[in-house]
Design a protein around this ligand. Structure first.
Ligand SMILES: [Zn+2]
Length: 252
């Protein structure tokens, strides 16, 4: 992170020194490092600001199913039943506000042997990239408090839409939270039926993949739960088990 900031400041100073003598060069020096910084903030797989894990190592046909944006009173119980029917384990990256409203669902997820992860308190999409240190801290600590009240101490975090910011890495380290990305996602709001979404989420399927799907009202109604049902069927057909990997298995 320091490297990115130093590059950015150095570019600005160099641009001022070059000035109107060479305006094209000055503009490139001014905005070039901004583009580099934007890449590391907005591209989910970029590692410049926060170390993000996108795969895990395994010698077996295993994948990690992760379900974001819950808990949801309609979807979560159905998803828990599906996971039980497939003897699958998953991680639910939940939103703190939802967890506070439905702590019974957080307890049910944990009681069924699944992992509860942290997905911020309010799921900020518009301003998370430029959040101040105190807002980042509030997003993390309010979520931790909501989960703690339900008896859960998460060790893993997923950014909203994979967006990062300058302060996130240190804030996660201070709270012993590991940032988890994905290797494939369903992109439920990009159109298609449950089969299309499931095909996207299982594209390039290989041992150690991290699959990302969503629950709750932001998922289009016809594919809510159904896309996850179809993913579980595909995984079973192909002989994959859904596991929650240990910390030593995580890879970039
Ligand atoms: Zn989300």
């Amino acid at each position: 992170m320091r490297f990115l900031i130093v590059i950015n400041l150095a570019g600005k100073i160099a641009a001022l020194l070059v000035g109107w003598g060479a305006p094209v060069v000055a503009l490139a020096l001014w905005f070039g490092p901004d583009l580099l910084l934007a890449y590391h903030i907005f591209v989910p797989s970029a590692q410049g600001l926060v170390r993000v894990h996108h795969r895990f190592s395994t010698g077996r046909r295993e994948v990690w199913l992760t379900i974001d944006d819950g808990p949801d009173p309609e979807d979560t119980p159905k998803i828990l039943a599906l996971l039980a029917a497939h003897e699958a384990h998953a991680t639910f990256f939940v939103i703190g506000e939802n967890a506070a409203a439905h702590s019974e669902l957080i307890r049910a997820i944990a009681a069924a042997g699944h992992e509860v992860g942290h997905h911020t308190h309010t799921h900020p999409l518009a301003w998370f990239w430029c959040a101040t240190p105190s807002r980042v801290a509030r997003e993390l600590d309010d979520g931790l408090a909501a989960l703690g009240a339900a008896g859960v101490n998460p060790t893993r975090f997923r950014s909203p839409a994979g967006i990062k910011n300058l302060w996130l890495g240190a804030a996660l380290r201070a709270r012993d939270l590991t940032c988890i990305g994905w290797s494939a996602r369903g992109l439920e709001r990009q159109g298609g039926d449950a089969a299309t979404v499931a095909a996207r989420a299982t594209r390039g399927l290989a041992p150690g993949a991290i699959l990302l799907l969503h629950e709750g009202p932001r998922v289009p109604a016809p594919i809510r739960v159904e896309a996850i049902r179809r993913v579980l069927e595909i995984l079973q057909e192909q002989g994959y088990q859904c596991v929650v990997p240990g910390p030593e298995q995580l890879q970039n």
